[in-house]
Design a protein around this ligand. Structure first.
Ligand SMILES: [Fe+2]
Ligand SMILES: [Fe+2]
Length: 207
């Protein structure tokens, strides 16, 4: 793909992520029947899945930005494979939000733009740091999803099934990034990333 094609594809992915509904390549993990949930439980589960959906919007943007600037062809191919799995996550979160009668975050264009910029910046630092940033992001997302498994209503096995599959995928993405030479990030950078994710989580749970 030449540079112009790549830019058009990147722009197209951004628009589709923010404004359209994505299709998953793999089957939807929620196979159990819908459990009876109270209105409060449904609202709580929908808010948590909205936060997860925002996380996946950011994942699309990060991967897209990183793939645009990744130097090594193998790294680019790996990023694209992981990004396809992130598209499954995005589609599954949206499907679950719809089942729960919730809505997506109104700030998705903002989340996408911010994360895309961070992805491009990480890619420009070179593959070692690009992959290190990716590994740390995936680890933090994995820990975050673990927290959601504790917070989701006990009876909501459909949301749980989605979150559990995502968590397994994120752990694999982190390992892939490390295997391809991702460097461990300095502690202050990890802290700043956690802080930014906290702001995103708190905002997305409401807006
Ligand atoms: Fe994901
Ligand atoms: Fe991931």
């Amino acid at each position: 793909m030449n540079r112009i094609d790549q830019l058009i594809t990147t722009f197209d992915l951004g628009l589709r992520t923010v404004f359209a509904s994505q299709h998953a390549g793999r089957p939807y993990p929620a196979t159990e029947a819908e459990a009876p949930l109270s209105d409060a439980e449904r609202a709580q589960a929908a808010a948590l899945m909205r936060v997860n959906h925002v996380g996946e919007v950011c994942a699309q943007a990060l991967y897209s930005g990183q793939a645009l600037t990744a130097k090594n062809e193998t790294v680019r191919v790996e990023l694209e494979q992981a990004a396809r799995e992130e598209t499954d996550h995005l589609a599954w979160c949206e499907a679950r939000i719809n089942e729960l009668g919730g809505r997506k975050s109104l700030l998705n264009p903002l989340w996408y733009g911010g994360a895309f910029g961070i992805g491009v910046a990480a890619g420009l630092l070179g593959d070692k740091w690009n992959l290190g940033f990716l590994a740390e992001t995936e680890r933090q997302v994995e820990a975050h999803l673990d927290g959601h498994l504790q917070q989701l209503p006990a009876a909501d096995s459909r949301s749980r099934a989605v979150v559990e599959q995502m968590k397994a995928d994120e752990a694999r993405h982190a390992q892939t990034a490390v295997d391809h030479g991702g460097a461990p990030l300095p502690a202050p950078v990890k802290r700043a990333m956690r802080l930014a994710a906290d702001v995103m989580r708190q905002t997305a749970s409401r807006i």
